[in-house]
Design a binder for this molecule. Structure first.
Ligand code: HEM
Length: 456
């Protein structure tokens, strides 16, 4: 009797090899301790061992994908779904019914619900809010006090997401809560991902109690946002209304849990990723004053003395390239995972059904094989005449395929406007206590920047 392989494509390429195991694992934790201790270097070196390599995370085997072409193949293939260690660690936060974690028909329906709010022609309407928040931020810095950049960046990110997508008016106090909660959650979750020793995290240690408190608070906060909107009786044309009015495939209203998970699934990535990127942009402006100077020149030429507006975004080419180059070197989403739903093949290697895959946009986007002077901050590498040399999928900070970030245009507009406003108003200096080392959680950002904004 012959047994058909679950996926005929897996048999097309034969014989399939077993990916090599990465060196440096230790008993019990495997490679988890390296991923916990120095994850950026660890992930960045894996390509030297192969295009696909096996890692041991505690009792689990995880397949690391190391080339741009193969990460693109994973992101575009129906053989992989959203699951695996990253998503398991995020489940307590994101639930299972939001767009970031759902799969299959549920995911497709949810993308259809949220997509209109992020469409290219919807973005201009957010321009005035984005610009207003950028100027308000710059205004807050006029006093010359030392800035706690973590708080400032996340506050901005939460406010823009909430004001644009949820018309949130009473978000000031909530923004502070969201920021504090997310900071605790995203570092705790990373630890749960790389050292997946479940029972350890149930022990009532202070760190675990703090994690649980932050998680509970964020869920309460989302319930408050939904309850406020319902109580107001208003139905503005925004994402929250779209979520509350959404229907399932039978035409019935969607359940409370799904609404809750959906709001979390938009608010959380929307705040965490943009907050982290604004921090990285401010670090870049501090360490490369000449970049800020060029942005200021560009603003003078393109915008002159009037306030910057959404319509200027596509003319602010240098500023946008600064944002892109920052996303290359400091991708907020620096690690991604997927799970194989069938026996399959990747780069000539056998990937068994149920296998967890991991890859790192950080490692891919800093690879010397893809970029000349790969560690150097050079916004002009994105000029049309130079950017053609970048290999396909070597620059995908918003990912590709059906899970691509719905907010890529929204985020680029927001980040370009913010960068233009703050860089033309100030140059930045590190203040005592500033710590620009990377803080690695589920997202990547500078650890704790304390900056002085010096008016230009
Ligand atoms: C998904 C990056 C901003 C909402 C993603 C993914 C990446 C990403 C890489 C794909 C994850 C995967 O493939 O597994 C970023 C970056 C941002 C950003 C770098 C800013 C610098 C935002 C904002 C929002 C948002 C502002 C919402 C307001 C989402 C959602 C998903 C997602 C809902 C899940 C999409 C799905 O699974 O279908 N983002 N994002 N993101 N992002 Fe973003």
């Amino acid at each position: 009797m012959s047994v058909e392989p679950a996926n005929p494509r897996a048999a097309e390429v034969s014989p399939l090899r077993e990916p090599p195991v990465a060196g440096g694992g230790v008993p019990v934790l495997g490679h988890g301790w390296k991923l916990a201790r120095d994850p950026l270097s660890f992930m960045s070196r894996l390509r030297d061992h192969g295009d696909v390599v096996r890692l041991k995370l505690g009792p689990k085997t995880v397949y690391a994908v190391t080339t741009p072409a193969l990460t693109g193949a994973v992101a575009l293939s129906p053989d992989y779904i959203i699951a695996g260690p990253l998503w398991e660690s995020l489940e307590d936060l994101l639930g299972k019914e939001g767009v970031a974690t759902a799969n299959g028909p549920l995911h497709r329906r949810q993308r259809r619900t949220i997509q209109p709010a992020f469409k290219l022609d919807a973005i201009p309407a957010y321009g005035p809010i984005m610009a207003e928040e950028a100027y308000a931020l710059a205004e807050r810095w006029r006093s010359g006090e030392v800035l706690d950049v973590t708080a400032e960046s996340f506050r901005l990110a939460v406010r823009v997401t909430a004001r644009c997508l949820m018309r949130g008016s009473s978000m000031d106090a909530r923004a502070e809560r969201v920021c504090a909660d997310l900071a605790t959650l995203f570092s705790g979750m990373y630890q749960r991902m790389v050292v997946p020793l479940g029972p350890l995290y149930k022990v009532p240690l202070p760190a675990n109690r703090e994690f649980n408190r932050a998680l509970a608070d964020l869920h309460v906060l989302v319930d408050e946002i939904v309850a406020d909107r319902r109580a107001s009786g208003q139905k503005p044309n925004d994402l929250l209304t779209a979520l509350l009015e959404a229907r399932d495939e039978h035409g019935d209203p969607i359940g409370e849990q799904e609404i809750h998970d959906q709001v979390i699934a938009i608010l959380t990535p929307g705040s965490e990723t943009v907050g982290a990127t604004v921090m990285s942009l401010l670090l870049v402006l501090t360490e490369h004053p000449e970049v800020g100077e060029r942005i200021r020149e560009e603003m003078k030429t393109v915008v002159g003395d009037r306030p910057v507006a959404f319509e200027d975004v596509h003319e602010l080419r240098y500023t946008a390239n600064v944002v892109v180059e920052t996303l290359r070197l400091y991708p907020a989403v620096w690690i991604l995972t997927r799970r194989a739903v069938t026996d399959t093949e990747l780069g000539g290697y056998r990937i068994p059904r149920g296998a967890d895959l991991v890859y790192s946009p950080y490692a891919i986007q800093r690879d010397r094989r893809s970029y000349e002077r790969h560690e150097e901050f050079d916004p002009d590498r994105w000029l049309p005449e130079r950017s053609g040399n970048v290999p396909k999928y070597a620059m995908s900070p918003f990912s590709v395929g059906n899970r691509k970030c719905p907010s890529d245009h929204f985020s680029m507009a927001e980040l370009t406007l913010v960068t233009a406003v703050v860089a033309s108003a100030y140059r930045f200096e590190h203040a005592p206590g500033s710590d620009s080392r990377p803080r690695i959680g589920i997202t990547l950002r500078p650890r704790g920047l304390m900056l002085r904004a010096v008016p230009r």
